[in-house]
Structure formats: C-alpha cells, structure tokens
Design a protein around this ligand. Structure first.
Ligand SMILES: [Zn+2]
Ligand SMILES: [Zn+2]
Length: 286
C-alpha cells in the first residue's frame, strides 16, 4: 500500500494524503494530467502518465503480468497505453517493456545507447529512438528527455507536458546537476528520488564498494539531497511531490517523508512516498 501519514503538526496541515482505495470516485471532471506510480525501488519501477487522451508508461521494470495487475488495481487499462518510454537499461526499469510492447503493440521510446545496452528488452513491437535534449511528442503529450548522472550508458529524466501543465520525473540520479534542476523548475508534479538515509547506509550491511557507488555522483540521491533540492525547486504552483526509488535496506518511508516534508515551506504541495509492492493513488493535476 502506498505510504500515508496523517497530518503531522500544524505547520504541515496542508499535507493530507489521499486514500488510494477511493481513487475511482475521486476522478475529477477536469484535470490536466493524471500520474500514478505503479512501482518504485530497486525491484522495479513504472509510472503511468495520462492527459485523458494519451497515456504512457515511463519505465516498465516489473514483469508484464505484474504491471497489468498494478494498472488494474487503479482501474487503468493497458489497452489505453500509447507507448512505453525507457529511462535507462537497468533491469528494474526495463524488465517488462518487451513483453508489454509485444502484447499491446506499443512502441518503445528509448535512446540508442540504452537500447544497445539492454538485451533484456528483447524484440519490441516498434523501437522509437529519442535523444536526450530533443523534445518529441506522443499524441498530445510533449516529452522532453534530459541527461541525468547515473551509472548507465545514457540515462534520462523526463519533463512531460499537456494542457498547459508539466510534470517531471528524475530518479536514479547521483547528483542534481544544474541542468537537472533547470528541467525540474515550474513543474506541477515532481517524482524525486529519496533513496537512502545516509546514516542507515553508513551503518548498514552493504559492502563498502556498494556504499561508495550509491553515494557517488552516479549513484542515488539521499533523503537530505532530496530535501535540499525540493527546498530550492518549490514554487506556488507545485501541487504534488512523489518520493521514489527508496532503498528497502537503507531507508524507511517514514524517514524519507519526515526529512523531505521539511523542504515544503513556501507551497501547499502534497507529498507521498511511492511503494515497491503496490500502485500508489492516481494523482490528478489541476
Ligand atoms: Zn533504478
Ligand atoms: Zn539505475
């Protein structure tokens, strides 16, 4: 179940999280973008994004059948998808992309280096190459891929817009470069990485080389990195922040939430923590 917390104290009264089990009834008549995290973490990642007419998945890192189950649990149909976009070749991001592509005749948007490094993708219905830095469209959605710092061939974050609203997704980033920050500005929704609590990582069971990799410029963002970044990025029109790619060993949803929520001092955004084992709520942006 998606992690939820009641109001923490007066200062954070704006952060009231939705009950995912009542999502079907909460679909507003009018919205610009709908976003649903289907899975997040080192065992698989996928995010559903739709403007009501064009729907896509960013990453498909669970088995095909499990992705279908996660979509169904939020009343979302795989038949309504127009495409899958792949951020980088790690299996927690591509595992189910090939099978879903073949099963539902979906094009897979992927950059060339990533495709070459992802044999697990297998054959796909149609391969659509993109380049980081070059905007493309799928139906009504405008997609702008941008380079991120991670230990993969050509990893990408994405800024996605429709109906005058934008959202961005940037997980699997060692550091938020100024280019990443530039792309995350002014978005109504952000999917940000809060991978680890530095102290838990430090004292945890991981071997030293792996600890170093996670903390490096091509590793993963910590809760405090995420707090700092969000403090900088927040603006009056920020509606929602999803914390993603939490480590099950070196973090807890409570720690990530408690740390990052402190960043939200100048806006009314809601904060949710994405889960590895279940779909989060469908978030409808104004
Ligand atoms: Zn990952
Ligand atoms: Zn990765």
């Amino acid at each position: 179940m998606n992690y939820e917390l009641p109001t923490l104290n007066r200062k954070f009264q704006n952060i009231i999280l939705m009950n995912p089990d009542t999502q079907k009834d909460q679909k507003p008549h009018k919205y610009s973008l709908a976003v649903c995290n289907l899975a997040s973490g080192s065992k698989g990642n996928a995010t559903y994004i739709s403007d009501g007419q064009t729907s896509i998945l960013i990453d498909a890192g669970l088995s095909g059948i499990e992705l279908q189950r996660r979509l169904a649990s939020r009343y979302l149909a795989p038949e309504s998808l127009a495409a899958i976009i792949v951020s980088h070749e790690h299996s927690d991001h591509v595992r189910g992309a090939g099978i879903l592509s073949r099963r539902f005749k979906l094009p897979v948007y992927i950059n060339q280096k990533t495709a070459a490094a992802a044999p697990a993708l297998g054959s796909v219905h149609e391969l659509k190459p993109f380049e980081c830095g070059t905007t493309f469209t799928i139906g009504n959605l405008t997609i702008h891929p941008f380079s991120i710092s991670h230990d993969a061939e050509d990893p990408a974050g994405f800024k996605i817009g429709s109906n005058g609203t934008t959202m961005a997704i940037a997980t699997d980033i060692g550091i938020a470069t100024s280019m990443v920050k530039e792309h995350l500005k002014h978005c109504a929704l952000l999917v940000l990485e809060a991978n680890h609590d530095p102290q838990m990582l430090e004292t945890g069971p991981y071997p030293w080389p792996l600890k170093q990799r996670i903390q490096s410029r091509v590793g993963h963002m910590s809760n405090s990195d995420s707090k700092k970044l969000l403090h900088e990025l927040q603006h009056a029109n920020l509606q929602h922040v999803i914390l993603a790619h939490l480590s099950e060993i070196n973090n807890t949803p409570q720690k990530a939430f408690d740390e990052v929520v402190q960043a939200l001092t100048r806006c009314d955004a809601q904060l949710t923590v994405a889960d590895q084992y279940s779909s989060g709520p469908v978030i409808y942006l104004k």
